[in-house]
Design a protein around this ligand. Sequence first.
Ligand SMILES: [Zn+2]
Length: 276
Amino acid sequence: MLEIPESTTIARQLNETVYGKTIRRVVTNTSPHKFAFYHGDPADYENLLVNQNIGDSFGIGAMVEITAGDCRIVLGDGANLRYYDDLTKVPPKHQLLIEFDDESALVCSVQMYGSVFAFKAGDFDNKYYLVAKEKPQPLTDAFDMAYFAALHTANTDKLSAKAFLATEQRIPGLGNGVLQDILFHAGIHPKRKTGALSGQELDRLFGSIKDTLAEMTRLKGRDTEKDLFGNTGGYKTILSKNTVGKPCLVCGTEIQKAAYLGGAIYWCPGCQPLKE
Ligand SMILES: [Zn+2]
C-alpha cells in the first residue's frame, strides 16, 4: 500500500515523465471492480479529462494528486499507477487508462480496494482527501516538534504507539507499513502506551518519523512497494514480511510478528522491549 515515501516518489516520477503531456483518450472500468471507488460516474471521466494538459503532481499523505488543466486526478491507497511509454505494452484490464498524445499512457489498477478520483478542482469534498491536504506533512518544516507535541492530548495517552501514529489520520500517509521501522529506530514497541513514553522517547520518536521517512523517500520507497515504473523501492525494510523470523541487524534477536489493530506488527524484542 502507498504511504508517504511512495506517494512522494511517484509524484516526483510523474513530474519527470508526464508533465506537459496532453490527454488524448480516457477509458475507465474495463474490469469492473466492487472495491474500486470513483467520484461520481466514471463514464464522465473522459469528458472531464480529454484535451487537458498535465501539470504538477503531488504526494498528499498516502494519495497522489495529478493536475490536469482545471481538473485533478487523485489516486488513493491501493490504486496502483504505472507509466507505459508505448501503448502496445498497456495491459487489457485496469480501472483507469489515460492515453497521451505521444502514444504513452498511465494505467491505474486496483487489487483489493482503491480510489480513483477525477474531478474539477474544488469540486470534491472527500473527507480523507481534505484532511490529508490540510495537515502538515511530516517531511515539511511545518511538521516540527511543537506540532508533534500538540498531537498529544489527554485522549491519546491511552493509545498504543501504533494507534497514536497510524490511526484517525492523525498523520496522513503514515500507515502500518512505514510505522514499523519508525518505531524500531525510536526503540519503542508498537503496543507501548503513548502516555507512558518518556520525554526522551517522544523526542526520539519525532526524530525517527522525520529521518526514517526522509531515508525511505530518498531511496524511492520501500522494498515492499513498487514505483511508477513497476520497480521496487530501494529502501530495505528492517521490519516487514521480508525480515520476520530473521535476526535483528542491531542485536541479533529474532524479529517477531503479531496481528494487532487490524494489521500485522513487527518488532525486535531486544531493541523494542514491551515495558509499561
Ligand atoms: Zn534488535
